[in-house]
Design a protein around this ligand. Structure first.
Ligand code: GRF
Length: 211
């Protein structure tokens, strides 16, 4: 019987929330010992909000347009995450950049999933960027968030070969499959395993002893 407190996650979304669903699936299946304490969307029409509501998870809509500056938006997010005593923030299709103040509020405790093998193809439309560039392999990356876009230390990656017949849609679907596989696994490793950041590298050691 585990008596350590269950780690509380805050998930930030902008859209349909399939990565949120994958995180919840990892929790439900017992692969990930955590709870989603709150889901925050910057858009009221984000489909993932409905999924969270159906499960009785607290939700907030924090529209970025309501805030005059990025800092003010970031502070609004931090306040809500803190109110829910979140230990790890997971960006899951969250389409806004976060500033230094947000990152400092949760040091080494903000993760993002990106649909390419970073550092290749940061930013929007990563799948289309990979296709148009003509690379033969792309994939998905889970990384720590820093104020630089899609540039923080890498926790986990999965490769996806590009086929000649691929379109942005078919490629995105195969990458998404890998995103759903590696995100819950990367969250588990960050929560459970011993790790340190050396330069840009995330070095995993032996699991922490259980008490
Ligand atoms: C994913 O491809 C994610 O990597 C990207 O946006 C998409 C979000 O999908 N940043 P979902 O909202 O998790 O379904």
């Amino acid at each position: 019987m585990e008596n350590r407190p269950v780690p509380q996650l805050g998930v930030l979304i902008s859209g349909r929330g399939s990565n949120l669903a994958a995180i919840l699936g990892g929790i439900d299946g017992g692969a990930l010992r955590a709870a989603v304490a709150v889901v925050i969307a910057n858009r009221p029409d984000a489909g993932g909000l409905e999924l969270a509501r159906r499960r009785g998870i607290a939700t907030h809509v924090v529209p970025h347009r309501n805030y005059a500056t990025r800092d003010a938006f970031d502070q609004a997010l931090v306040a809500r995450l803190r109110a829910h005593e979140v230990q790890l923030v997971c960006l899951a299709g969250f389409m806004r950049r976060l500033g230094a103040d947000f990152c400092d509020a949760f040091p080494r405790a903000v993760l993002n999933i990106h649909p390419s093998l970073l550092p290749a193809f940061p930013g929007v439309d990563a799948q289309r960027q990979a296709l148009e560039h003509g690379v033969r392999v792309t994939g998905a990356t889970v990384h720590f968030v820093t104020p630089e876009l899609d540039a923080g230390p890498i926790v986990q990656q999965a490769a996806v070969p590009i086929e000649d017949a691929d379109t942005a849609e078919t490629l995105s679907a195969r990458i998404l499959f890998q995103e759903h596989r590696i995100y819950p696994e990367a969250i588990r490793r960050v929560l459970e395993d011993d790790w340190r950041i050396v330069g840009r590298r995330v070095i995993f050691g032996t699991p922490r002893p259980r008490v």
